[in-house]
Design a protein around this ligand. Sequence first.
Ligand code: XBP
Ligand code: MG
Length: 253
Amino acid sequence: MLEVLIFDVDGTLADTERDLHRVAFNAAFRSEGLDVDWDVDLYGRLLAVTGGKERLTYYFTEVSPERRPPGDLAAWVRRLHARKTEAFAHLLATAGVQLRPGVRRLIGEARAAGLRLAIATTTTPENLVPILQAFGPDGASLFEVIAAGDVVELKKPAPDIYQYALAALHSPAMAAIAFEDSENGLKAALGAGLKTVVTVNDYTRAQNFDGALTVVDQLGEPGRPLAHLGGRVPRGGMIDLAVLRALSEAQPG
Ligand code: XBP
Ligand code: MG
């Protein structure tokens, strides 16, 4: 019985990585006087590491250790990431953020049908305020549980953030469906025993989504049908509650 929908944020609710998070990291580098600029391709590679602090640490130790400053790297990364989070908030306040196709429609349908909604994201909680306002001024209240960032030590692809959300919901995994955009996210959701719908984006299209309930280019809107890319085939051009129930209750194979 489908009772819960759990959404990833970056790349799933909104396409935030290339033009918002990446731009915010580069603004932080400039504000700290660093000769570092993550172009679109490099950032796509760095997205293999989830969590902004973890991504910065990886870059300054594994990719460009020659740019690593002397002294306590963890403290420096925390300060640099705080600058990035400020820059991200400023970007969203000025540029705003668009929800991906079908997100507002499906969440509205789920709420009207009495399903419970949650978020399970690697992103910093402060980033969610402006993103959830894209649903409206009380957007955050749509989600009964918001599991974000450092509430768990191990970030995606570890299942911890989804296990944390399920525990907070007091819900078994079998009553829920997760929505993700990346291979790391899918692995995390599958690791928590969750059936998972994947909506790809330009950074994740070529990744491995074995085990996903279905893989589509977007959730679909009237007049803007989804494209099926893998897994079970959603009937019709949109992911809605009837399609989710049909996909999740169909026998395997
Ligand atoms: C995506 C991430 C985050 C963002 C950057 O999270 O891995 O790290 O790229 O946000 P998800 P922070 O797909 O799980 O929503 O800098 O706040 O980590
Ligand atoms: Mg994501």
